[in-house]
Design a protein around this ligand. Sequence first.
Ligand code: PAF
Length: 284
Amino acid sequence: MTLETVGDIESLRARVRQWRAAGERIGFVPTMGNLHAGHLALVDQARSLADRVVASVFVNPLQFGPGEDYETYPRTLDQDREALAARQADLLFAPPVAVMFPKGRGATTFVEVPGLGQELCGAFRPGFFRGVATVVARLFNLVQPDLAVFGEKDYQQLILVRRMVEDLAFPVEIVGVPTVREPDGLAMSSRNAYLAPDERTRAPLLYRTLREVVRRLEAGENDYAALEADAVETLKAAGFRPDYVAVRRAGDLAPPEPGTRELRVLGAAWLGRARLIDNLPAVR
Ligand code: PAF
């Protein structure tokens, strides 16, 4: 099965315009490719909510900092196209950098979500969320979807995109999809491929550690700083290099009050060459 693939704006817009004229609802799944079951769950969700599904594959240089893995990030377009075709996507948009950022990566107008964009992962990866917000805004303007689907694995990204859509009045519904995990609990991620075999064995500890924080929160513990510090210690003792473990309000990722009922526990930690992130809900 072949999937129609376009890399230029005119062809993308012509196809989407045709569907719109027929009254069809467009669902969009933005990705950086190297698709795994987590991405394909996003496609399935879009498929169930929309008449047409557009997926994009674009490794966005704006969201990689100096010394990060932009050059080596896995690029597997042919495999991705087959996987998307098998899940009945209708169109793949795979533009070159020059189409996405014709003036160059340093010269484009950018979108910055204040506060949220500089916290948690944003504090450890300066410029990351500016890069994400900028590329997602441009993709939304190019595809003009009715809805767009994002994974909860990147929970801060999901909340940030919701904020951007609200602040800039994009007419796009943002749909979140639960994290897809390996049988041992590790959240699926393209970067799991960077784990050496012994690191891969230890990696699910991030998930288990966050689960323990959830257990203690749901048992009524309220000392968030102590819970975070214990989790960081557990990870360090197992050879991780944690960036943070944080308990936040689920809806907006603001610091919670003692009585906040809907929480999100988030963590990011390095293991060897891989920076792993994960998060879980806690409801009291
Ligand atoms: O989640 C991702 O893969 C990327 O951050 C996204 C949303 C495709 C933007 O480049």
